[in-house]
Write a protein that binds this ligand. Structure first.
Ligand code: SAH
Ligand code: SF4
Length: 363
């Protein structure tokens, strides 16, 4: 059986005769939220009967979701082979209404997707990295996360969402499938999410950053930097032994990016390790000449982790230093900290609870 969400429109055309059926199927899937072939009423009955034999269109099942006080919702999905992954819906801006109740600004959403089951990069602060890589996600399993979340939350088709590849896994370690997902999401007859609304986050695989750049998809890039010296970075992120900070920076400098956009640098702040002003100072010099924006992230402690959450005062001082030196810098408000925010933690907790039911279980 093939996953219908694995195909770009052109690929699906090649599978069907006559090919124009592909466009109709795309519309049912992505615009009209069909969950079965029976709903695709403008397809002939015999075609529908054949499709059922060959394709499925539900690569994931939502097994659990948790809503945080700030409105973000974390999803635990089960794949066809029983493996589980996480995705998060992050409301970025609330809907605004005027005095007559008319909408003056629509809500804005970002969806954070996983790209692998597990991850083989083994970063010492990350739960996902602890158990290694189980397998890559297929393009359709990546696309499916966005489709399911839009559907579950009744986010209207026209409401454009941003996608960030910041969930479980290292997207550039699964470049083929991730780049395919980017293309499928972009299809005008599908979800029509332009690559300029899609951000690939990487721990810094230099050669893969180059390859992604050469594909010229128009996606945005985020680099998980987390440290400004090779000594500390190698301790936190073993990948730094293969691609030192300098080589990651070189790859970033060569990456094609829209004139109006910036490369995001994520910096996980860990108490007493990388939260000092001397680190901020080094960061400013590393970013010299790059159109960058920095996103500071509070380290979120989990069971067994040896690191601590930084003080708010240190975080703010770090941010102020960067801003005073001309670097755009935001602090990631710990969306969903109360629902064990950082990637991998919902899944991990679910494993520990093994079978115990939670208050909120999705259909
Ligand atoms: N593998 C890619 C994609 C995202 S990894 C990358 O490393 O860039 C998942 C995200 O979760 C990263 O931004 C990482 O910094 C963050 N993360 C992992 N463990 C965390 C923790 N304990 N506290 C806060 N953020 C964490
Ligand atoms: Fe993998 Fe990213 Fe976690 Fe590192 S931080 S182990 S690259 S998922």
């Amino acid at each position: 059986m093939k996953n219908l969400l694995d195909f770009t429109l052109d690929e699906l055309k090649d599978q069907l005769s006559p090919p124009f059926r592909a466009k109709q199927i795309f519309e049912w899937l992505y615009k009209k939220n069909a969950t079965s072939f029976d709903e695709m009423l403008n397809l002939p009955k015999d075609l529908r009967a054949n499709l059922v034999q060959e394709f499925y269109l539900d690569p994931l099942k939502c097994v659990k979701f948790e809503r945080s006080a700030d409105g973000s919702i974390k999803y635990l999905f089960e794949l066809k082979d029983g493996l589980r992954i996480e995705s998060v819906l992050l409301p970025m801006k609330e809907e605004l209404n005027d005095e007559n109740g008319e909408v003056t600004r629509h809500a804005r959403y970002t969806i954070c997707v996983s790209s692998q089951v597990g991850c083989r990069m083994g970063c010492s602060f990350c739960l996902t990295g602890k158990s290694g890589l189980t397998r890559n996600l297929t393009p359709g399993e990546i696309v499916g996360q966005i489709l399911c979340i839009k559907r579950e939350n009744k986010i209207p088709y026209e409401r454009r969402v941003n996608v960030v590849y910041m969930g479980m896994g290292e997207p550039l370690d699964n470049l083929e499938n991730v780049s395919k997902a980017i293309k499928i999401l972009k299809e005008n007859d599908g979800l029509a999410i332009t690559p300029r609304r899609q951000t690939v986050s990487t721990s810094g695989l230099g050669s893969q950053i180059k390859k992604l750049g050469e594909m010229d998809l128009g996606v945005l890039l985020a680099i998980s930097l987390h440290a400004v010296t090779n000594e500390l970075r190698s301790k936190l992120m073993p990948i730094n032994n293969a691609y030192k900070i300098e080589s990651v920076m070189e790859a970033v400098r060569g990456f094609p990016i829209d004139m109006r956009k910036r490369v995001m640098f994520e910096y996980l702040v860990i108490k007493d390790m990388n939260d000092g002003i001397k680190d901020a100072k080094k960061l400013v010099s590393l970013l010299h000449g790059i159109k960058a924006k920095v996103n500071l992230i509070y380290f979120n402690p989990h069971e067994g982790s040896e690191y601590g959450r930084p003080n708010t005062a240190d975080m703010e001082a770090f941010q102020t230093y960067l801003r005073d030196h001309g670097v755009t810098c935001t602090i990631r408000q710990s969306k969903g900290l109360d629902i064990s925010a950082a990637c991998g933690q919902l899944k991990e907790r679910d494993n520990q609870m093994s079978g115990k039911t939670l208050a909120k279980t999705a259909k």
